[in-house]
Design a protein around this ligand. Sequence first.
Ligand SMILES: Nc1ncnc2c1ncn2[C@@H]1O[C@H](COP(=O)(O)OP(=O)(O)OP(=O)(O)O)[C@@H](O)[C@H]1O
Length: 258
Amino acid sequence: MAKRIDVSDLNVYYGDFKAVEGVSMTVEPRSVTAFIGPSGCGKSTFLRTLNRMHEVIPGGRVEGQVMLDDQDLYAPGVDPVGVRRTVGMVFQRPNPFPTMTVRDNVVAGLKLNGVKNKGKLDEVVERSLKGANLWNEVKDRLDKPGAGLSGGQQQRLCIARAIAVEPQVLLMDEPCSALDPISTLAIEDLITELKDRYTIVIVTHNMQQAARVSDRTAFFNLAATGKPGRLIEMDDTQKIFNNPTEKATEDYISGRFG
Ligand SMILES: Nc1ncnc2c1ncn2[C@@H]1O[C@H](COP(=O)(O)OP(=O)(O)OP(=O)(O)O)[C@@H](O)[C@H]1O
């Protein structure tokens, strides 16, 4: 189910502004890859190119190639909505649909795709909430509003919603930045469990988090404000944190800038 991502020579623009330049990388299936780097270096921008979310921003455009196994995501005729179903995303702030129940939040995507069978929907609700380690906490309040859950529970609800449509890749943009330490650990444990089935990419400002959850780490940087962000180094997380090749990586992870 999990797929490999192969990016070649990607440039990402907002109108005339080149926000990210020349990124090539491979993300292995069933692994967690962390994107780290100082604010503004383009981590979130680049992440959004991996499921064609960047182009929903006015002026947003991409040059280069993103392959998901053997599918070119930017080839003519590829449906971006289908891409977003295959490559799910979890955002910084938990964003359950506020007026929907817990149950309806989980199956919102399936219902949009026309699935109506109650037995099937119930099965997906239970499987997805179990997959997101939330079932035991919410099984007695499936028909209460999703917005009534705690922040950490809401974020796990968003993860359940993302996995309900059975994506092959999960992108997470600072998924713990709005959460307390206990909820953060719950999400980190969940990420570790989910990597058996998914290819996971996570943007994080938290170095310990990158070190704890990821197998591979990509360090992005930018030469100066207004210049495009670039991928400086990508390697096994152990290597990046213990013995990086580039001095800029070492300076960043040891807290000398950023
Ligand atoms: N919607 C937008 N329109 C124009 N420029 C944007 C937009 N979003 C981001 N940018 C610019 O693109 C560059 C990269 O931003 P991005 O948010 O991807 O960086 P980041 O590394 O994720 O930063 P942070 O760690 O602060 O979230 C920045 O110069 C930013 O100002």
